[in-house]
Design a protein around this ligand. Structure first.
Ligand SMILES: C[S@@+](CC[C@H](N)C(=O)[O-])C[C@H]1O[C@@H](n2cnc3c(N)ncnc32)[C@H](O)[C@@H]1O
Length: 227
């Protein structure tokens, strides 16, 4: 039996390799853990969600694929449903970067107990990266994908023994992503913002209070787009 995954969730699942036991926080329909088990990429999973409705949907998917013995469901907020040492890694996907940050911030020692964390913020990735740097989580890989006309960033993280230092470009555009040579999706995404900002700048009076911030943003975008 097969469980189709979006490119976004498939990329999160692939980023877990070679971990075999994981928790999917905010699992909703539990598509990622089900696909991981069915494809043999995972051996055991915890599917957790703060919402009763999403957790019922998760249970229905798990039963549909006869995975009840291999995927446990848990109702509760963030990492509070996980005990240290229960799983090797976690996925927190499909939420805002600020919400993912607050989930990690609520129990930093537990977050640091995982071998790897796969984080997929729908927005505010810079807020999440700043939190990761300040709390000594290293970004070991990043992916950017175009899925159903939307662009998503996937951040792969490991706790670090040594301080983690990122500059403004790293935090805004991703320390791994911005150094990748010729990634079309990455370029398209930031070129779009650059063009939009140019239009705004051209329409604003020269001394408008937003001009300085917009010009600074344009200089960062220029650098990352190597203009
Ligand atoms: C948009 S869905 C994403 C589902 C799936 N992770 C994905 O990426 O497709 C967000 C899910 O996160 C859950 N959620 C929101 N805040 C949460 C929290 N603090 N702890 C656990 N789950 C949470 C919501 O109930 C919802 O089911």
């Amino acid at each position: 039996m097969n469980c189709e995954l979006s490119l976004r969730l498939q990329t999160c699942l692939d980023a877990l390799h070679p971990l075999q036991s994981i928790a999917d926080i905010g699992t909703d329909h539990a598509y990622l853990p089900c696909a991981g088990l069915l494809r043999g990429q995972l051996k055991r999973a915890i599917a957790a969600d703060v919402g009763g409705g999403p957790l019922e949907a998760a249970k229905a998917t798990i039963s549909k694929y006869n995975l009840d013995d291999l995927i446990e469901t848990r109702l509760g907020s963030g990492l509070s449903v996980i005990k240290p040492g229960e799983v090797e890694g976690v996925v927190i996907a499909g939420m805002g970067g600020k919400l993912i940050t607050s989930i990690l911030e609520a129990d930093i020692p537990l977050a640091k107990s995982f071998n790897r964390l796969i984080l997929q913020p729908n927005l505010d990735a810079n807020v999440l990266r700043t939190f990761l740097m300040k709390n000594q989580f290293e970004i070991v890989d990043e992916k950017i994908v175009l899925d159903e006309k939307k662009i998503y960033e996937i951040i792969v993280v490991q706790p670090s023994q040594t301080p983690v230092v990122y500059n403004e470009l790293d935090l805004e555009f991703g320390p791994v992503l911005r150094r990748q040579s010729s990634c079309k999706v990455f370029e398209e995404r930031w070129q779009k913002e650059y063009d939009k900002n140019n239009q705004i700048i051209n329409q604003l009076p020269a001394h408008h209070p937003r001009i300085d911030a917009l010009n600074h943003r344009q200089s960062l975008l220029k650098e990352v787009l190597k203009k």
